[in-house]
Design a protein around this ligand. Sequence first.
Ligand code: IMP
Length: 206
Amino acid sequence: MNRIIFATGNENKMKEIKEILSDCNLEILSMKEAGIKADVMEDGTTFEENACKKVTEIAKLAPDDMILADDSGLEIDYLNKEPGIYSARYLGEDTSYDIKNQTLLYRLTGVEKERRSARFVCAIAAAVPGSGVFTTRGTIEGYIGWKIAGTNGFGYDPIFYVDDYGCSTAELTMEQKNACSHRGNALRAMKQELMHRGILKVHQAK
Ligand code: IMP
């Protein structure tokens, strides 16, 4: 298996996966690079279901290639894990993240730190010819801060704080974030899983 198609249009995600799999002898293509167009409806009830749906649909268009896809979001414990799988759609797809973030801070007004716990979750699904579909999950634990801070990253990064750094993930460099992020953790777990199943040969990875 020498080709992987990563089902994303996001360049940062492409960079991250290429970096994590850089020690494997693989060609990693975006959907655009592979010449594939697909708009898969994310109507599952879990991150895993959505990621599996994406790879299953795309595998029909590229049956000889290994396909990877992710689905991710923010879970805030005080809000019963909202926005969760609806993270991108929270308050509407077209609403700015400044407004989404301000709204979440407002909903946590007066809530003490112990009850502001939250995590980013990422499920990665793989569809491998002859080996079916399987998933891995990565998380990063943190809490919702009291103010918007930082300009790096995207989405909910400016309100998601991590104790190890004492700042929001929007204040981390890309390298710092990738080293501990939910997506990085899920991708590293997927790399292990592929090696374990003999799909990525051990000699291909350092
Ligand atoms: P998707 O998996 O790319 O569709 O991401 C779903 C949504 O989750 C994004 O639009 C963001 O709102 C949120 N999200 C996922 N990962 C991150 C992250 O690393 N930082 C900030 N927001 C994120």
